[in-house]
Write a protein that binds this ligand. Structure first.
Ligand code: A2P
Length: 338
């Protein structure tokens, strides 16, 4: 990769794909060549990155993937399932945003601030990035665990529509417009109207009544933190917010952990910023977190209902740290190692 890196972005025209191009540009990524892939309907479009225009190609099974060093995939699970192994077989290291490979023991699940060393253990040529709620959660949990040992975690998420993709963002706008014009809002992406509503369902339900997003948070957090027995439970909620996910996090620790100490630990953690002056109206929210790299944490306070309990609230840009930024940071780790 000495003369630059040959990158492919699969799903380049999507919400995360577009963000990836911006982040490659912001970080002045040492790009030698860029290939952009999307569906037939986007083929031929031009997209800008690092001062050049690049043509979008249609993703087809007979596409020639040779010569690609790193491929970012952020499209659908089916596309990851089909094209992840193909790209890896053609010699690329795949950084995949889907849930397809995350729990595969041969596939590292990487958050650079938490377990960067795992990025070098891609036995199948594939590295997964976590669900967009897991990433900020483990970034906040890691320093607290190192100081006081987690006993139990209870998390409730408030997830924006951009986590579902560009079509869901359009739907929230269209429904809002329709309602202000006293028209019936059209419901296509979610099972119910999302404008002026919230949905306590993300993904499909298991027999036990958990939805798939809740199961992902539990399993992925255990894998990344290397705490297979961690007691953790989640409730995931879709809210009518365009961008950024928030989480209410309640933890119990083995050792006492004062809120002031927790704030210090969080302030010192890579990629985490504390915003916690509630009396001055300072706490994390989706709008000010938009376009930011950090995971913002606030409302840090004792939970007096258990011996060593703590409540926190966090906000993070799901398209950046929750997806594209995390993926580009992993690519930077790989490039640095060469
Ligand atoms: P396209 O824009 O051509 O539909 P989002 O998560 O924002 O919905 O984006 C999904 C991304 O995955 C888009 O770039 C989309 O391309 C791409 N994509 C979806 N389905 C396919 C497909 N069958 N083949 C190739 N790309 C796809």
């Amino acid at each position: 990769m000495s003369s630059g890196v040959r990158i492919a972005v699969i799903g380049a025209t999507g919400a995360v794909g577009k963000e990836s191009l911006e982040i490659l540009e912001e970080r002045k990524f040492p790009l030698a060549h860029l290939r952009l892939f999307a569906s037939k309907r986007s083929a031929g479009q031009s997209m800008k990155c690092l001062g050049r225009s690049w043509k979008v190609e249609e993703l087809t099974p007979d596409a020639d993937f040779s010569g690609i060093d790193i491929a970012f995939i952020s499209a659908t699970d089916d596309i990851s399932r089909e094209y992840g192994p193909r790209l890896a077989a053609a010699g690329a290291t795949v950084i995949d945003d889907s849930s397809v490979f995350r729990m595969d023991p041969q596939v590292p699940l990487v958050v650079p601030e938490v377990n960067p060393e795992s990025a070098h253990q891609a036995q199948r040529g594939i590295i997964s990035i976590p669900n967009c709620t897991t990433t900020p959660l483990v970034m906040a949990l890691k320093p607290l665990h190192e100081a006081a040992t987690l006993r139990r975690v209870v998390v409730t998420t408030f997830q924006s529509v951009s986590g579902t993709g560009a079509a869901a963002m359009e739907e929230l706008m269209a429904q809002t417009r329709a309602l202000f014009l006293f028209k019936e809002p059209e419901v296509k992406v979610y099972p119910y109207q999302i404008a002026f509503n919230l949905l306590p369902q993300i993904g499909s339900f298991s027999e036990d009544g958990d939805c798939s997003e809740e199961i992902k948070i539990v399993n992925e957090s255990r894998k990344i933190l290397d705490l297979p027995q961690l007691r953790i439970t989640a409730t995931t909620v879709r809210v009518p917010v365009m961008r950024c996910h928030c989480e209410s996090v309640n933890i119990e620790t083995e050792k006492p952990l004062h809120p002031d100490h927790a704030r210090e630990l969080l302030s010192a953690a890579d990629g985490v910023a504390v915003q916690d002056e509630p009396s001055a109206g300072l706490y994390p929210m989706p709008l000010p977190s938009t376009g930011k790299d950090e995971v913002f944490v606030g409302r840090v306070r004792a939970d007096a209902s258990v011996p060593h309990g703590l409540n926190l609230w966090l906000s993070s840009d799901n398209l950046r740290k929750g997806a594209a930024l995390n993926a580009v940071q992993i690519a930077q780790i790989l490039v640095k190692a060469h």
